[in-house]
Design a protein. Structure first.
Length: 115
């Protein structure tokens, strides 16, 4: 379909407005890329950053690796001490905590408390 559109575009010598079609087409492609690829990705990065900053001691989390745990201590160097079982602690980077799964875990634990 894209080939048909490009083939139907007038050649530069055929009409005076032929160059405008190509320019409008390129601008339209840039706008589509921005709204469908760039903008959602930057929003996701900003949401992840806010989520990491809002973490507190005692929050139940899921790491990107799939390990579930509870935050014991927030270290100043950007790491987090996580308890994954009784007397089993690991230290991980804050960036290793998954926002999507942690929110799902918190939503599920909230549903169980209310029932």
């Amino acid at each position: 379909m894209l080939n048909n559109i490009l083939l139907m575009a007038p050649q530069s010598g055929d009409q005076a407005g032929g160059g405008y079609f190509n320019l409008i087409f390129i601008v339209l492609m840039i706008v589509v890329f921005y709204f469908f690829m760039i903008r959602p990705q930057t929003k996701k990065v900003n949401d992840q950053k806010k989520f990491i900053e809002a973490l507190q001691k005692g929050d139940k989390i899921v790491m990107i690796s799939g390990i579930h745990g509870r935050i014991l201590k927030m270290n100043e160097n950007g790491t987090v001490e996580v308890e994954i079982d009784t007397n089993v602690k690991v230290i991980t980077e804050k960036s290793g905590i998954s926002m999507e799964y942690t929110k799902a875990l918190q939503a599920n634990s909230g549903d169980k408390k209310s029932s």
